[in-house]
Design a protein around this ligand. Structure first.
Ligand code: ZN
Length: 151
C-alpha cells in the first residue's frame, strides 16, 4: 500500500506538470503529447474503477494464505471479472506512447490472473502466490502510466 501511495503521489505531480504544460498553450495538433481536457474528464471516470479494483486486489493475498481456493476463483471471476474491460477503457484514453505500455501491462495482468486461477484449481499455493505478486507488480506499473484523477 505504501508503494502505491508513493506512485499516486508521482501521478499527482505528473498531472500538475501536465496542467502547467497545457496552460502554456502550445499547439499539439500533429502529435498529442499532453492530455486534452476531454481525455482527462474521461480518465476521471474510468481510472477510479481500476484503482478500486487495485485496492481490493490484496484480498487475494488473504485467500492465498488461508488456501481458500474457492474464494480465489470466485474473486477472479467476480470482482476482477470487470478488470479487463476497465483496463481497456483507461488504455484507450492514454497518450499513444503510454497506451502502448499500458496495453502490455493489461495483457500481463490478464495472463497472471488466468495462471493464478489455474494454480488455485490445482491447490498450488506457491505457483498461485507467484502469479499474484506478478499481477500486483503489473497492476502498479499500469497505474503509474495513468494521470491522477483531477477531482
Ligand atoms: Zn507480468
Amino acid at each position: 500500500m505504501k508503494r502505491f501511495r508513493f506512485r499516486s503521489l508521482l501521478g499527482l505531480l505528473f498531472a500538475v506538470v501536465l496542467v502547467g504544460l497545457i496552460g502554456c498553450g502550445g499547439s499539439n495538433v500533429a502529435a498529442p503529447t499532453t492530455y486534452s481536457s476531454e481525455q482527462i474528464a474521461q480518465l476521471d471516470i474510468y481510472t477510479p474503477r481500476v484503482a478500486e479494483l487495485r485496492d481490493r486486489f490484496p484480498e487475494l493475498e488473504d485467500y492465498l494464505q488461508n488456501k481458500d481456493w474457492v474464494n480465489i476463483s470466485a474473486f477472479i471471476h467476480g470482482p476482477m471479472g470487470e478488470l479487463r474491460a476497465n483496463l481497456g477503457r483507461v488504455t484507450a484514453r492514454l497518450l499513444p506512447a503510454d497506451a502502448e505500455q499500458a496495453q502490455f501491462y493489461a495483457a500481463e495482468i490478464g495472463t497472471h490472473l488466468e495462471k493464478l486461477d489455474a494454480a488455485a484449481a490445482e491447490y498450488n499455493q506457491i505457483a498461485a502466490a507467484k502469479q499474484y505478486r506478478e499481477a500486483l507488480d503489473d497492476f502498479d506499473a499500469f497505474l503509474a502510466l495513468v494521470p491522477e484523477p483531477s477531482a
